[in-house]
Write a protein that binds this ligand. Structure first.
Ligand code: HEC
Length: 111
C-alpha cells in the first residue's frame, strides 16, 4: 500500500514538472525579450484566453510580430521580431502564455 501511494505521488510530481518544463523555456524567452516593455509575464499572459494566444502565436508568432512591427512605439523590439531567434522562441512563448492564460486554471504563485 505504501509503495502504491509512493508511486502515485511520483507520477503526479513528474506530470507537474514536465508541464512546467514546457512553459519554463517560454518564460525564459519572455524574460529575455519581452519583460523590458511588458513587465511580469504572468500578468500579460492572464490578460487573454488560451484561444486568443493560440491565434496570436499561430504560424510562428506571425500576428505578434505584425503587432510590433507596425507600431512605432515598439521600435526597439523590431530587430528581435525579425530575427530567427523569435521564430525559434515562438513555440515556447506560446506554451508559456497559454499556460498562464485567463482560462488556464493556473493561478500564478504570489511572490
Ligand atoms: C520594445 C518594447 C517591446 C518589446 C520588446 C515587446 N513588446 Fe509587445 N508591445 C509593445 C508595444 C509598444 C505594444 C503596443 C503596440 C500598439 O498597439 O501600437 C505591444 C503590444 C503587444 C501585444 C498586444 C497587446 C494587446 O493587448 O493586444 C502583445 C500580446 C505583446 N505586445 C506581447 C509581447 C511579447 C510576447 C513580447 C516578447 C516576445 C513583446 N511583446 C515584446 C512593446 C514591446
Amino acid at each position: 500500500m505504501i509503495k502504491l501511494s509512493a508511486l502515485i505521488s511520483l507520477l503526479l510530481i513528474s506530470t507537474v514538472s514536465s508541464l512546467d518544463a514546457a512553459a519554463y523555456k517560454g518564460q525564459k524567452a519572455y524574460m529575455d525579450s519581452c519583460k523590458e516593455c511588458h513587465g511580469g509575464g504572468q500578468e500579460l499572459a492572464v490578460s487573454k484566453n488560451i484561444r486568443t494566444w493560440e491565434k496570436i502565436m499561430d504560424k510562428k508568432g506571425e500576428k505578434l510580430a505584425e503587432i510590433h512591427l507596425s507600431s512605432k512605439k515598439a521600435q526597439d523590439s523590431h530587430e528581435y521580431f525579425e530575427s530567427r531567434k523569435f521564430t525559434k522562441d515562438s513555440k515556447h512563448l506560446e506554451d508559456f502564455l497559454t499556460e498562464y492564460a485567463k482560462d488556464s486554471g493556473n493561478v500564478p504563485a504570489c511572490n
